[in-house]
Design a protein around this ligand. Structure first.
Ligand SMILES: Cc1cc2nc3c(=O)[nH]c(=O)nc-3n(C[C@H](O)[C@H](O)[C@H](O)COP(=O)(O)OP(=O)(O)OC[C@H]3O[C@@H](n4cnc5c(N)ncnc54)[C@H](O)[C@@H]3O)c2cc1C
Length: 508
């Protein structure tokens, strides 16, 4: 095994949303030597910065190209993209920038993540963003990430918004803030008509710093430990093997799938699973890879009465966040105006059409990320277990009926040819449940496999330190105890900004 000549203060694994933030922040302030390792390439995809082309990126090397295990809800595996390359998932995502509703973070505190409520996280959510035209009391206006509502606006999104208001829903002035419910124009991480990823906002300005080394095409195999403390990582670039040592901390930002996989490959996880896949146990930590959550999503698809103009943005400019039951603390359903014909047989859109998407924000189903082998290149077994809890299908049924009602409103008459899916014949609950299964989509929002908490199934403590191993933190989407009511990227920026403070604070 070759040895990296320099040792580092911090080794960060994964240059996605969180990794870019933390590498930039740690290399800025205290002269720390930082190594950022990323499995993917540094070369941008040809269409990577073209907002409406994002669905095409899912079939490129910028995604890991994995699928779930066969889902009981559908009988088949489902595509489960995640980003690979500088920017990670922020370089291939749908660019919707919406915080979780404040009730989501307050639920974290109730679940044991003390100090992670909405008001605690708000300064960090603000620190990441430059939210053009928004209220500076609750939104950041001088962070590195430029975000704002679509410009120009797509006419189908305008019509869906009008249809939602006609149906009786409130208009939100800033649906991205985490403070409102109703329907409104969501922010997008698009600047000057181009995608603005975490690599663009955070890493590009930091790339020339002498204390930051960024190594791409570097697949990290495992975290090395000695006497209960992380000492570095082993990784390969092509056929060459390397070991990087670190003086202060190893920080995992490999994402909900990647960070769980890395802990498991390092022998940190449920002992029985590690034994099954032939990995020697370093620490029995039963919660690693458990608690996987994603938002299940479906669409009502319309064949249009006239051509739908091509999108200049991300195909999803208007968001609705509502409660299926007024007794709830916060929204449990999200809707999107989609200016393409998106469904499970054509997740990237196909032909002419438009859709109203509906997703469950508060799923009760819990899944897992597991190893299929201890080999570094082996694909993981990802089981989101969609609709595993019957509650989730029933709330989605309510959401599907609401999406159809919005779709029938007169504001959409100029666009509506006919409802192509589920179609007029589908009327009773059994028909609609069948649609929810056959037209089930991931919302690309996996979280929770290394959750914050203090109980025996928690993986990190409230300062994001792995329980039972010194010098090892996790700071990405995997630490969320429960999925937020909103798209996940904005929250990951906030987690990472806070992690950078916690890490720097620990060494000062
Ligand atoms: C197709 C798609 C669409 C989405 N749309 C939206 C949206 O519109 N709005 C929104 O808010 N959210 C969206 N999301 C989700 C959002 O982008 C993610 O929640 C967020 O980017 C997660 O950040 P992260 O830092 O946890 O992980 P990631 O950004 O996924 O970063 C993890 C990084 O670690 C690297 N890595 C993993 N394992 C290893 C290893 N062993 N060695 C080295 N490197 C490794 C990966 O290659 C990757 O670059 C979408 C996601 C996808 C995939």
């Amino acid at each position: 095994m070759a040895s990296v000549s320099t040792s580092y203060d911090y080794v960060i694994v994964g240059a996605g949303t969180a990794g870019c933030v933390i590498a930039a922040q740690l290399s800025e302030h205290d002269g720390a030597r930082v190594l950022l390792l990323e499995a993917g390439s540094r070369d941008p995809q040809p269409l990577g910065s073209v907002p409406p082309a994002w669905p095409k990126l899912l079939g490129t090397p910028a995604s890991w190209g994995e699928s779930t295990v066969a889902q009981a809800a559908t009988g088949t595996p489902m595509p489960f993209p995640r980003g690979r390359g500088l920017g990670g998932s922020s370089a291939i995502n749908g660019m919707i920038f919406v915080r979780g509703h404040r009730s989501s973070y307050d639920a974290w505190v109730a679940a044991g993540a003390k100090g992670w409520g909405f008001d605690d996280l708000l300064p960090y959510l603000c620190r990441s963003e430059n939210a053009v035209g928004r209220d500076p009391v609750v939104r950041g206006v001088d962070g590195p990430l430029l975000v704002g509502p679509s410009n120009p606006r797509h006419p189908v999104a305008e019509a869906v918004l009008a249809a939602a208001v006609e149906t009786g829903f409130a208009t939100a002035t800033d649906i991205s803030s985490g403070l409102e419910q109703g329907f409104g124009w969501n922010d997008l991480s698009i600047a000057d008509g181009r995608r603005f990823s975490a690599a663009d906002a955070y890493l590009a300005p930091a790339m020339g710093r002498p204390d930051l080394d960024v190594v791409t095409n570097a697949l990290v195999h495992r975290v090395t430990t000695e006497a209960g403390r992380a000492t570095g990582v082993e990784y390969s670039v092509g056929a060459e093997q390397f070991r990087a040592r670190c003086e202060r901390e190893v920080v995992l930002t490999a994402g909900t799938v990647g960070s769980a996989q890395l802990l498991l490959r390092s022998g940190i996880g449920p002992q029985s699973h590690l034994r099954d896949v032939g990995v020697e146990t370093v620490l029995h930590l039963p919660g690693v890879g458990a608690n996987l959550q994603d938002h299940p999503q479906t669409t009502v698809v319309y064949s249009p009465a006239r051509p739908v103009p091509p999108s200049a943005n991300n195909h999803a400019e208007v968001t609705g966040l509502i409660r299926s039951d007024l007794a709830l603390d916060g929204p449990d359903l999200q809707f999107l105006a989609v200016d393409m014909s998106m469904h499970s047989h054509a997740p990237a859109g196909s032909g002419q059409g438009y859709a109203i998407a509906c997703a469950l924000m508060t799923p009760r189903s819990r899944g897992t990320v597991r190893l299929t082998s201890g080999e570094p290149g082996a694909a993981p077994a990802i089981d989101p277990n969609y609709y595993g809890d019957p509650h989730d299908l029933e709330v989605m049924l309510t959401g599907l009926r609401i999406a159809r009602e919005i779709g029938r409103a007169s504001a959409l008459t100029p666009w509506r040819g006919f409802e192509a899916m589920p179609g007029r014949a589908a009327q009773d609950d059994a028909d609609l449940r069948a649609h929810l299964r056959s037209n089930l989509l991931t919302y690309f929002h996996p979280v929770g496999t290394c959750r914050i908490g203090t109980d025996t199934d928690a993986v990190v403590d409230t300062e994001l330190r792995v329980h039972g191993i010194g010098g090892l933190r996790i700071a990405d989407a995997s630490v969320m105890p429960t999925i937020v009511s909103g798209n996940t990227n904005a929250t990951v920026y906030g987690i990472a900004e806070r992690a950078a403070d916690l890490i720097a604070g620990a060494s000062s």
